[in-house]
Design a protein around this ligand. Structure first.
Ligand code: SF4
Length: 279
């Protein structure tokens, strides 16, 4: 399967799983959006949504935020990560919007990145969500999920992932793809414990395929020494334990160490069951 085919199949599957792929940040206009996106760096959308109602009530437009000081703004965002820096950036950003852009949030990525505290990722999110610009910002979720599924290969920087994703997906799918991959990474393909068993992308996921690969047959086992062989402790035994793996599949395990890396001595085959993709 080519990367393009994989990407298009993965996006099609995600469309089914996530019928409304859109940002979870609460906002009502481009200025509120850019503030919320800037606040969400290294922070969860949920936490940002808790502080923005009071923040926007006190500073209802770009002029009000430009007229304040970082010290005055700080208490409204103190529970967000890096509140000192973000206070300075928000006031600086509002000032630049007022003085250099006539009070309107610029719509192009090139102009957005000129604003204090606005990097390429924030600029792309704002351009895509507020102004329908075809953009594909790569955050931590998009980065991880793209590499896992195989939408990007050997891509060790967000820029490389972005380039490969853009090559694999039609331009019209970039913005939607970005939201789909973020939400997939946030709720299903999570960093520590991806929910592969309930993931509808699994048929095209490279990581899943790799996890499903069963260990190779072991040659040269001595069946006179026992019916089973534990590769972890390197010993033979006749009566295995039965345990449930993390996917709930019952597996044979070594009675001595509990390892599921067990082989049938007569054939050299693993006793792992196919669904046992995370043993
Ligand atoms: S199968 Fe697992 S690793 Fe692959 S996309 Fe789904 S959750 Fe992520």
């Amino acid at each position: 399967m080519t990367r393009k085919e994989r990407a298009q199949k993965a996006i099609a599957a995600l469309r089914v799983a996530i019928p409304q792929p859109e940002t979870e940040l609460a906002y009502t206009d481009p200025f509120e959006l850019i503030v919320a996106v800037a606040l969400s760096a290294q922070c969860t959308d949920e936490r940002v949504n808790k502080v923005t109602p009071d923040l926007f009530a006190r500073f209802p437009d770009v002029q009000a935020m430009a007229d304040t000081t970082p010290e005055e703004l700080f208490p409204f965002i103190r529970s967000i990560s890096y509140p000192n820096n973000k206070s300075k950036h928000l006031v600086g950003m509002a000032n630049m919007i007022v003085h250099d852009f006539g009070g309107d949030v610029p719509s192009s990525i090139d102009d957005l990145v000129k604003l204090p505290g606005v990097g390429r990722k924030t600029a792309q999110v704002v351009a895509s969500v507020a102004f329908d610009v075809d953009a594909l910002p790569v955050d931590t979720h998009v980065f991880r999920v793209s590499n896992r599924i195989g939408l990007a290969e050997n891509a060790n920087t967000p820029t490389k992932v972005e380039r490969q994703l853009k090559a694999a997906l039609p331009q019209a799918d970039w913005s939607e793809g970005h939201h789909l991959l973020i939400l997939h990474g946030r709720y299903t393909c999570t960093a520590r414990s991806p929910k592969c068993a309930s993931c509808n992308v699994s048929p095209v996921c490279r990581y899943f395929k790799k996890l499903q690969a069963l260990p190779q047959t072991l040659n040269g086992l001595d069946k006179k020494r026992g019916k089973y062989y534990c590769k972890t402790r390197k010993h033979y035994f006749d009566v295995p334990d039965e345990v449930s793996d993390r996917a709930g599949t019952v597996q044979l395990a070594c009675p001595k160490c509990g390892s599921m890396n067990v082989f049938v001595t007569a054939t050299g085959h693993t006793t792992k069951r196919v669904k046992d993709y995370r043993v």
